[in-house]
Design a protein around this ligand. Structure first.
Ligand code: C5P
Length: 401
């Protein structure tokens, strides 16, 4: 009952994703929350107040000028008598009103009158989401301190179009609400963590380098998830295009040797999660000038040298962190290779994932992993990289407790 006793005002606006809000009400109530729904006129075109009222077991508020609604609680009390307001789905129109302080129906008035935290779950056509006006409004609302969950990428409910705009799934909205309402639970407070993420770039000459397809998504998500649980996190990142996670100290490096130096510099730590896809080899002798292409001479020979193994170094270090986690990106014999790695690298846990091309995991947004420890193997279902990160941070917190 993670939301026991929490009072949630759910504002439903007019998008096809309103059908998912019915499930959201169930999920919130299952966790002990009381849900008071407010529906816009648009929302009532998609789902009926009867259905919303039946699921929330109470009155559905729809009308700013209704004597009955005003006598019941009144729009100002409606706006304040709750622990959290969730806007799901939030249409482009409602977000535009919120960003500009308009108050022309019950939903927009409540959102202007509230002093409670607000969680917004946008849902709209991808073109509307990427429109400059929506981008400005979202930016304004974020600056005003509102929180967002989603939208996600995928097929639109109306069919035919794909892209960013699908409302976050009810359980993702529930998780975001739990996070917002549970800022006090920090099991990793006082713990230090070092996380590596992304690829490394090993220079061939001043313009060329050896790299790999790692996006850094999983490593960055883990750094963020550990920070969320209160850890003091240093993220050592190879070259990626991701924004720095909030609340995390980021050290940017290019080569494996720089990454190792930065990780050693972050010791002592309680937790090390080595997610980076470190290049196994670098070019042995660095070319300070660009290698010229000379016709008739063929390609230049490239001598490679082995890079340091950062995980192995940390796993056997005098200042070894209490929990050392490695990743094993494999394309075959995922479990056997994971077990061997656990031993060789001195890790407590190897998170093994199959990165064969058909899984699309390397550089993708989802991951299906197996946890290999001395005690055995645990398989997790296919999850988003953020979900894997959240669960892994929980696993680490438990191990340290
Ligand atoms: O040996 P392999 O590259 O498969 O091991 C993967 C794990 O080891 C990952 O956790 C990765 O971050 C780490 N690693 C490392 N330094 C290397 C190679 C791998 O830290 N040079």
């Amino acid at each position: 009952m993670s939301l026991a006793g929490k009072r949630i005002l759910l504002v439903i606006s007019g998008g096809i994703a309103a059908y998912k809000s019915l499930d959201l009400i169930r999920r919130l109530r299952e966790r002990g929350a009381q849900v008071r729904p407010v529906m816009t006129a648009g929302a009532r075109e998609f789902v009926t107040p009867l259905a919303v009222g039946a699921l929330s077991s109470g009155h559905v508020y729809t009308d700013l000028f209704s004597r009955e609604d005003e006598q019941d609680v009144g729009h100002i009390r409606l706006a304040r008598d709750c622990d959290l307001i969730i806007v799901a789905p939030a249409t482009a129109d409602l977000m535009a009103k919120m960003a500009n302080g308009l108050a022309e129906d019950l939903a927009s008035t409540v959102l202007l009158a509230t002093d409670r935290p607000v969680l917004v779950a946008p849902a709209m056509n991808p073109k509307m989401w990427s429109h400059a006006a929506t981008r400005r409004n979202v930016e304004t609302l974020r600056r005003d301190g509102l929180s967002f969950v989603g939208p996600n990428a995928g097929e639109m409910a109306e069919g035919g179009e794909a892209g960013l705009g699908r409302m976050a799934e009810p359980l993702e909205i529930v998780a975001a609400a739990e996070d917002l309402l549970d800022g006090g639970r920090k099991p990793l407070a006082g713990r230090r963590a070092v996380v590596t993420s992304g690829p490394t770039h090993e220079p061939i000459d001043p313009v060329r380098y050896i790299a790999n397809r790692s996006s850094g998504r999983q490593g960055h998500a883990i750094a963020a998830a550990l920070a969320k649980l209160g850890a003091d996190v240093t993220l050592v990142s190879g070259p990626v295009t991701l924004p720095d996670p909030r609340g995390v100290k980021v050290i940017k490096v290019e080569r494996a040797e720089e990454m190792l130096a930065a990780v050693l510099g972050a010791l002592p730590a309680d937790i090390a999660v080595m997610v980076a896809a470190v290049a196994d080899w670098r070019v042995a002798t660095e070319n300070t000038e660009k290698i010229k292409k000379t016709p008739g001479e063929g390609p230049p020979p490239l001598m490679l040298a082995e890079n340091p193994d950062i995980l192995k170094t940390i796993g056997h270090h005098a200042q070894r962190p209490k929990v050392v986690v490695g990743f094993a990106a494999e394309t075959q014999d995922v479990e056997d290779n994971g077990r061997v790695k656990l031993r060789k690298k001195g890790a407590d846990l190897i998170v093994a994932n199959d990165v064969s091309p058909e899984t699309g995991i390397m550089g993708g947004t989802r991951n299906s992993v197996k946890l290999i420890t001395a005690a055995g193997i645990e398989e997790w279902p296919d999850l988003s990289k953020d979900e894997v990160a959240g669960r892994l941070a929980g696993w680490i917190a438990e191990r340290l407790s």
